[in-house]
Design a protein around this ligand. Structure first.
Ligand code: NAD
Length: 365
């Protein structure tokens, strides 16, 4: 195969390690930030206060109002607060919702973001922002929303309940898996993605078996960092499009939907994406990555039926229509037949199977 690629490194400083959050004040001093607005979800306000305390007077306010998918009104209030306080930066403590709110502030004000992630969503490594209103979710890329500094402290993830850790881990796996067949994959993103899959799938069963084992939490967070970085440097395909439409149409949980859908998309795409299939086979040490991920998620307690996550049984048509309306690069052509097959299986939690046309291809001598 002739090598041909474009790779663009993303700026940003990453500090990783158990206890890394203790370095927050030093890192903020180094970054020259002196008036930080802290954003987080309401349940993480105590954690955010505790982390902000040693930063002292360089924190000018706490705004614990982050919500999933960043409603426009929530974003506007955070921008107002940052402006009132003359903030010179935004410190996001939490998962994709907290980072998403900091991104909404950065998008309007240009303020730099410091992120202390506590889930595996990976938003802190991307320049992708998202906002929702009644018309649905709008996303875009803007270099200003890529965090300038990310502090990963696995000790902060020990409180992440196993059920959330598993689905959040599958959200990260989805970034890495789709990066392996991305139209703009490069040798570097593929190496990172493969290592991400290895680390996440090794760590998640250990996290589930012993949620307080900080070394397993560290390996999962390491895999999530790698997944976030390839999410930020490649273009995602059908899986992300499908999850985006499902989440936006039926208001379903972000990470849960990723978990239930990923094995089905991989069963459809991997037969047409040989290098990605080989990378996943090697990273997982199995012949059939889609079946293995399905079994792993189910064994770790994830609900694999979209129906039980809130998708109505008659919801397939609207999803098919919305996915087909905006074509995406994908290893296999995205057709109504393919989507109905995938969604039919994912809706009821059936095991992944190749789409009908592939099965008949295989039967043709
Ligand atoms: P989240 O941030 O909403 O967190 C889920 C829940 O877990 C929240 O209630 C939160 O308070 C809690 N939580 C977080 N960390 C915890 C911890 N360590 N201990 C206990 N509880 C904890 O969910 P998420 O899955 O991290 O992020 C989803 C959001 O991120 C979605 O809106 C999604 O669209 C967005 N996202 C964006 C990108 C991007 O590149 N822009 C990438 C991935 C996800």
């Amino acid at each position: 195969m002739t090598l041909r690629f474009v790779h663009e490194g993303r700026p940003g400083r990453v500090v990783f390690g158990i206890g890394a959050a203790d370095r927050l004040a030093d890192e903020i001093e180094r970054a020259g930030l002196r008036r930080l607005l802290v954003v987080c979800t309401p349940p993480q306000a105590d954690l955010a206060r505790r982390l902000a305390e040693p930063v002292g007077e360089w924190v000018v306010g706490l705004h614990p109002h982050a919500e999933m998918h960043v409603p426009v009104a929530t974003a506007e209030k955070a921008v107002e607060r940052a402006t009132e306080l003359s903030a010179d930066g935004c410190l996001a403590v939490g998962g994709g919702s907290a980072v998403g709110l900091a991104k909404a502030v950065a998008k309007e004000t240009g303020l730099p973001i410091v992120a202390v992630p506590t889930t595996y969503a990976g938003s802190e490594m991307t320049s992708v922002w998202g906002l929702t209103d009644r018309g649905g979710k709008t996303t875009g890329r803007d270099a200003r929303v890529l965090p300038a500094l990310v502090i990963y402290d696995p000790a902060l993830t020990v409180t992440l309940p196993v059920a959330v850790a598993v689905t959040s881990g599958f959200n990260a796996l989805a970034h890495a898996a789709e990066a392996l067949y991305a139209p703009d994959a490069s040798p570097i993103t593929s190496l990172i993605a493969r290592e991400s899959v290895r680390a996440l799938v090794a760590a998640l069963p250990r996290v589930a078996a012993d949620p307080h084992d900080v070394d397993s939490r560290a390996e999962a967070l390491y895999g999530a960092w790698l997944a976030g970085s390839v999410l930020g440097s490649t273009t995602m395909s059908l899986h992300h499009k499908l999850c985006h439409v499902l989440g936006g149409t039926f208001d379903l949980g972000h990470a849960e939907v990723h978990t239930a859908v990923l094995p089905h998309v991989l069963a459809a795409n991997l037969p047409a994406a040989a290098p990605a299939r080989t990378a996943l086979q090697e990273a997982l040490g199995v012949e059939d990555p889609a079946a293995h991920l399905f079994d792993t998620a189910r064994r770790l307690g994830a609900d694999m039926a979209l129906e039980r996550l809130g998708m109505p049984m008659d919801g397939v048509d609207v999803v098919v229509e919305r996915v087909l309306a905006a074509p995406y690069a994908n290893p296999v052509p995205v057709t109504g037949v393919l989507l109905r097959h995938l969604l039919g299986n994912a809706l009821t939690g059936a095991v992944p199977s190749p789409p009908p046309d592939r099965r008949s291809d295989a039967q043709t001598p």
